[in-house]
Ligand binder design. Sequence first.
Ligand code: DAH
Length: 357
Amino acid sequence: MNAIEQASAHGRQLISAASTLADLRAVESEAFGKRSRLAAMTAELRELGPQERRQLGQELQQARAALEELYNRRAEELSRRDALRRAEAERLDLTEEAWRFASTGSPLAGALEQPVPRGHLHLVTQVRQELEDIFLSMGFEVAEGPEVEDDWHNFEALNMPPHHPARGMFDTFYLKAGQSESVVLRTHTSPVQVRLMESRRPPIYAVAPGRCFRRDTPDATHLPVFHQLEALVVDEGISMSHLAGALDAFTDAFFGPGRRARLRPSFFPFTEPSAEFDVTCWVCGGEGCRTCSGSGWVELGGCGMVDPAVFEAVGVDPERYSGFAWGLGIDRLAAARTSLGDIRELLDNDIRFLTQF
Ligand code: DAH
């Protein structure tokens, strides 16, 4: 009896010491199988008388069954644990990079187990979001329009009929679609003004940030793909002083006090009067340098009072309503804020540049 209990205890101990399914399988025979003490004792039953044999035989049978049950429970538990461990290992393996490099046996596979630094939004995206916040807080809504535009929205409704000389201001990318030169990559965000006025009645207080495209040669202040923030206000009794006030409030909110801004008379077909919006150069502070072409000022965008011809094109009554509009260069705003000498750095993808912001 004592011997059976001891053999069982030995078996239980082997079973519970196994920490993986493979370990467990390896001790099965010794715990209660062929090589176990219980099996040896069962073999010795032959030497006993019939009555003792039956009784001890039964007890050995029960001891074996109890160990087998323990074994099965432990096997279940370990197989669950193994599955979890495998899932965990596969989870770590799942990054595409690690998998790709591991499968090539590249030493980079090990390097990828190092923590990977997290990225962040690009400077231009950060500035765009900040601009949206500023104008939302001033009571504007944020609108959007398509980057692929038709001639009507990009030019004609903005008082630039076909062959109008002002189209020359915009070096346009045309798409091979529809009639020749009828589909363009928008050259500015002003077509969003047209879409806003076509789709609803005034009052309208909206800004529209977005990507624009021009066949410009890149230089310190120009990119062929750039971003603008359009503004459109249409209501009764809107005047030029509202435009100046809104730009002032914006300049203070975006740059803080200290930077000077000015409006300089200009011309756009879609505004009358028109002006250009300049700030003091962020590189030389107004002395004159390469970034500001020696003038001490950098143009951030154009603005003006919405031309009555534009109202007529979209069916807004110019006798009742007036409005102002502007288009500011977001990339230049980003450059101005970070004193960036060359706007092309925004697109160079140099990690040493990008991580600064
Ligand atoms: N769309 C003009 C450009 O890209 C900028 C502009 C000027 C926008 C005057 C306006 C505006 O809304 O009123 O050069």
